[in-house]
Each structure stands twice: as C-alpha cells, then as structure tokens.
Write a protein that binds this ligand. Structure first.
Ligand code: MN
Length: 520
C-alpha cells in the first residue's frame, strides 16, 4: 500500500486533538473512501485515494472537526464512484453528506475557457473591455463560490482539495494546467485571502504562478537568485541585534526573516516598473512580541535604532486590513543603510495572518498565546448554522475602521439574498432569491424575456413562476409571437423584468386603444 504513510500521518494528527470516537469515524470514512475508489487512479498514475487523503491531511493540520475531515476523505466519492449521497448520509450522517454535497456542487464554479485572451490583451481599448468583462466574470464566480457553500467547512475542504490538485498539476495537459492555474489565481487564492488564510493563499498562488505565467516566473526566479541570499544574510544580522535590544528593555520577543511569496512579489513588481530595487520587503524581519503594548514599544525602539523612511509606517493594528490582518509595518534604513522592512505583531495576530478563519478550529477560545505557538488539544465547538458562522466572521472583524469595506469584500449579503444560476452555455447569472425563469430571461436579453413561453430547469419543464435555486441550469423556450403577460408581474422579482414588462404592456394597450378608437 503506497498510502500507508499518509494514513498513519492523518490518524496520528487527528489523535492529537480529537477524542477516540471521532478518530474511529475518520478511520471508517477513510476505509469507505478507499474501498469506493479501489482500482481508480489519478492521471499521475497514483491510486486515487492519495488525493482525498492529502485533502484531509491539510484540514487536520488546521485541526478541523470530525465531520469536515470525514467529508474531505469522501469528497470525490459520489462524483467518481457508484456510491450515492444517500448512502453516505446513512453511513456518516446528515452533516457529512451535506458537506460532501456542497463540495461536489462547487465543481460548477469554473472559469470560462477563454480567460487568457481577456487577460493578455488588457492594454488595448477592446482588450480593456474584455478584461473588465473577465473581471466581472471572476468576481461573480467568487461570490457564487461563497453563496453556494453555506458552511465555511465546505470552502475549506474545497481549498484543501484545490491545493492538492495544484501540487499534482504537472500530470495534466498544458491547456488544463493553464486554465486550472488561472482559476486558482482568480477564484481560490482571493477567497483564501478574504478568509484571512494567508498561508494557503501564498501556497496556492506560488503553485499556480509557473503554469499561468511561465515566462514571468522564469524571469523572476532569475532576477531574485542572488538578491534573496544577500538580503537574508543582512536581515539575519539585524534580527540578532534587534532581539538583544528588545530583551534589554524587557520584551520577550521572537523574530525571524520572512521571504515574500513569489507570486505576490511579481504582482508588486508589476506596479513598480519591474525594478527589484524598489521592493523593500523581498525579505522582511518579522518580530513577535507578547502584547499590543509591546508592539508599539518595539516600534519605538526600532525607530531609535534605525531611521524610518517617511510615509512607510503602517499601523494595521489600529486599522486592520479588510481581511482582518493586523501588524505594525515600518521600513527603516537598517544595517549599512540597507532599506529594510520590519513587521511587528502579537502571536494572536500572527496566527490570524497565517490561518485566518481556520484559526477558529485550530485554537480554542481564550487560549493564551505562548511563544512556541503551541497548539492546544481541545477544540472549539463548531457552529453548524451558516448564519452563525457569518456572524462569527462579522464579530471577528467588528473592530474595523470601515465595516462597509469588509462587508463588500466578503459580500455577506450575497449569502442571504442572492442565487447563482447558469445559462446552457455555462455563463453565470447573479439574481435575487426567489427569481423566476422570467427574471432570468430578461436578465440575459430583453427579447428572450419578451418572447418567453416556457422554461426548463436542469432539463425539466417548470412553470414560469418557478423559484430558481443556486446551481440551476436554466433554458428558455421561445416563441417570437409571444408578448409579456400582465400575470407575470405577480411573481417576478427583478426590477429589470418589471420595467421591461410594464413598458411592453403599455405599448400593447396603447396599440389596442388606437385600433379600438379607429373602429368607432
Ligand atoms: Mn477532489
């Protein structure tokens, strides 16, 4: 069995934070998945089970709960084997089945094939338009992803699933590699970022970068080759000097050098004429101190030791980033005048920066941060209701300077009020909850609405008043002689449909009045 090592690893990991009966359920889920996928291989030639195992392992590193780990193990079972969701529900219960179903449904969130033309040609006028359309498309996909997930664990499973798919991307065709890599950069990594999981965002982006932009990747690697080593040595010296001085003023600090992720470095370079000399945080010194007060004291000390560059001091503690990131950043003329970025934060802030929303599972509430970043063995109960987790998210961010920015970034209202449906060509439309085929038709094109005589949802005929649901594929049946009916106004939900229907009705009645008048 080539996968015994991974199984042992997974079981050991979950044993470190879950009770015995939860461990037993996870083992049962593994055995079940292993049997269901028996004989199946990934394109790489590996036994299929390696993939769900890797997905579960990532989530176990975040200390996710029993149901999430079980669902991760089972996530490809209904899609790829003869086993139905009902069977999974019978064996593992409602929650696991719901999580698996959620992950399966998210497969519909797919980047359109023609992204590359849109992305590349963004300097021309026509290209600009295409690019904006592309941006709207990916934004809709991100919203749809969140709206369809309902449970934060579905998102986390899907992100872990994608991480493993990126790790094994080499075995796919170049076409697929490019599409999947771009999808990762445009949909998955931004979602990881919005949930504050910096670690995962960085890993996803760096795995996708060489496939999505191979030339730029090669160029950048060549550029930083010498630079990184040199800057790391300089930061290492600065780090030791700084630690001594912090201890001298009574602050127990930890410090390390952090190297910027390649993809985010490249994005930054694009904004700075590709000039590495203008990037001051290629390698930065990261200082972790016990309390918020210590953060500001440490900043004061740093500025006494090295002159700060004007305008480069950022207080993300007082004003956190929209995804909850907190730290003090400053850029100083460091050793030998070398321009150096220093980041100062508490262990709590550090955990949020790395784990984001996943920190919820990894550390129990009120756990006092320690200097070893020790993981606790008890986990917090997990909220199952989507409303609860949305509130949890909101609560985590209640200190925001500008709460509307956070709301916009996470599109919280989309969870409650929006649905995402597909045209038969796979285009995604974003409509209010309760929208009907008529709303859909008018959203696509006014003529499609006007001449609509029937609709199929997921291949089945439905009434025109049928309330659509997220993930539905909607096909409109037409008759060119048909005009809008008064009756439609009773059930439609969008203003666009209402306005267009009323206009048509007025035109029709005006025409009738006219013809009626001429008869008298
Ligand atoms: Mn999968």
């Amino acid at each position: 069995m080539p996968n015994t090592v991974q199984v042992a690893q997974l079981l050991e990991l979950v044993a470190s934070y879950l009770p015995k009966d939860d461990q037993a359920v996870i083992l049962a889920a593994y055995t079940y998945a292993q049997t269901s996928h028996a004989g199946q291989q990934r394109i790489s030639g590996e036994p299929y089970i390696i993939h769900p195992l890797a997905t579960a392992l990532t989530l176990a590193e975040y200390h996710l709960d029993r149901d999430a780990i079980s669902a991760a193990l089972l996530h490809d079972v209904p899609e790829d084997t003869g086993v139905t969701l009902r069977e999974i529900k019978r064996q593992f219960g409602e929650t696991v089945a719901r999580l698996v179903d959620g992950v399966t449904k998210l497969a519909k969130v797919r980047l359109k094939q023609n992204w590359q033309a849109s992305y590349r040609g963004s300097h021309t006028d026509h290209g600009r338009e295409n690019f904006e359309a592309f941006e709207r498309h990916v934004e809709t996909l991100r919203k749809m992803f969140l709206a369809m997930s309902h449970d934060i664990r579905v998102v986390l499973i899907k992100l872990a699933d994608r991480l493993n798919n990126m790790e094994t991307l080499a075995s796919l065709s170049p076409d697929k590699q490019r599409r999947i890599a771009q999808e990762t950069l445009e949909v998955y990594a931004p979602l990881a970022n919005r949930l504050g999981i910096g670690q995962l965002k960085g890993r996803l982006e760096d795995l996708a970068f060489p496939y999505a932009f191979p030339d730029d990747y090669t160029w950048l690697n060549h550029q930083i080759h010498l630079e990184i080593g040199q800057r790391q040595r300089s930061i290492e010296r600065l780090r030791r000097i700084l630690l001594k001085r912090l201890v001298a003023i009574g602050i127990r600090a930890e410090a390390h050098a952090r190297t910027k992720h390649l993809y985010s470095l490249w994005k930054k370079l694009l904004r700075h004429d590709r000039d590495l000399g203008k990037i001051h945080d290629l390698v930065a010194a990261r200082v972790i101190v016990p309390t918020v007060e210590d953060c500001y004291r440490a900043l004061g000390l740093v500025h006494q030791m090295w002159k700060p560059l004007p305008g480069r001091i950022k207080d993300y503690i007082a004003v956190p980033k929209p995804n909850g990131y907190q730290s003090l950043h400053t850029t100083v003329f460091g050793l030998g005048g070398a321009i150096t970025e220093i980041q100062i934060r508490t262990p709590d802030m550090h955990r949020w920066a790395e784990l984001g929303i996943a920190a919820h599972w990894a550390f129990k509430e009120g756990d006092q941060p320690t200097f070893r970043h020790k993981r606790t063995t008890r986990q917090r109960p997990v909220s199952r209701d989507k409303l609860v987790w949305i509130k949890e998210l909101a609560k985590l961010h209640r200190n925001f300077e500008d709460p509307t920015e956070w709301t916009q970034n996470l599109q919280l209202d989309f969870f409650e009020h929006r649905i995402f449906v597909f045209t038969p060509h796979g285009d995604v439309l974003d409509l209010p909850t309760g929208a009907t085929p008529i709303d859909f038709a008018f959203a696509v094109h006014s003529d499609l609405g006007r001449h609509c005589i029937g609709a199929k949802v997921n291949g089945k005929l439905v009434p025109l008043s049928y309330p659509l649901g997220s993930g539905d594929i909607v096909e409109i049946l037409l008759n060119k002689k048909n005009t809008p009916k008064q009756d439609w106004l009773r059930f439609i939900k969008t203003n666009r449909a209402r306005t267009l229907i009323k206009r048509d009705l007025q035109m029709t009645s005006a025409a009738l009045d006219k013809s009626g008048g001429s008869r008298v």
